[in-house]
Design a protein around this ligand. Sequence first.
Ligand SMILES: C[S@@+](CC[C@H](N)C(=O)[O-])C[C@H]1O[C@@H](n2cnc3c(N)ncnc32)[C@H](O)[C@@H]1O
Length: 234
Amino acid sequence: MFNHFNKISKEYFTYKNSISYQNIYTEISNQINPIIKNKNILDIGSGGNIFYNYNLANKLYALDISENMLKNLNNSKITKLIQDARDLSNIKKGSVDVVLMIFAIHHINGPDYKSTIRSLQKVLSEANKVINTKGEIIIVELTLNDFFYLLQRLIYKITFKILNIFKTDMVFFYSKKIIEEGINSIGIKTKVTVIDLKMSGWLDPCLGTFPGIIKIPAFMMPTQLRFFYLKKNN
Ligand SMILES: C[S@@+](CC[C@H](N)C(=O)[O-])C[C@H]1O[C@@H](n2cnc3c(N)ncnc32)[C@H](O)[C@@H]1O
């Protein structure tokens, strides 16, 4: 079956290794490392890019739909799972302490806006099923403000068709409000903490679709990097 990330995995890793991305990943690691200590982690859409200190964790499940993205992961602490994040029925309920979704949910979508929102809710509800009663979910995402989000929503079908012509997966960025609504829709009664993270240097706005074509200064990116954190309490 055609898989977009199987096709671009080499370029993706090349560009992700630049200094600007290393700085971003350091910012994210600083948030993640203290949370994962001695815990069982499920990294959804891990992409084989495990930049945080997974040696602190008890166990790490690296889940991705692309086999090539997971190819370089070789560590006894890591179990690779090649599958769609919208169905986690093979993972034992309550067996995970922390679910991570880092730059992943904007790639898990459908042919239209409605199916994309359904995908977001499905991934979150599946994550909710596999975490234990005190489990945590961390989403690190590039988010759009309401205006750009509406614009992106209005051109959803045409964007989908154009990317399809280039045999490239759809990418759809959420707003902070839509991610929070998605979290509320799965029925976890908890406060969601949102931290804005800094982006600096030169970044590639098309990294997940056409890597390497363009680079712009971080302040010109239309997206805000955000860290969403929630802890289950029921
Ligand atoms: C932009 S990459 C992020 C990789 C990594 N987390 C990082 O920070 O660099 C998105 C990843 O999500 C994976 N992905 C896309 N759709 C998926 C799905 N339905 N289920 C699981 N993984 C998926 C892709 O294969 C890709 O490796």
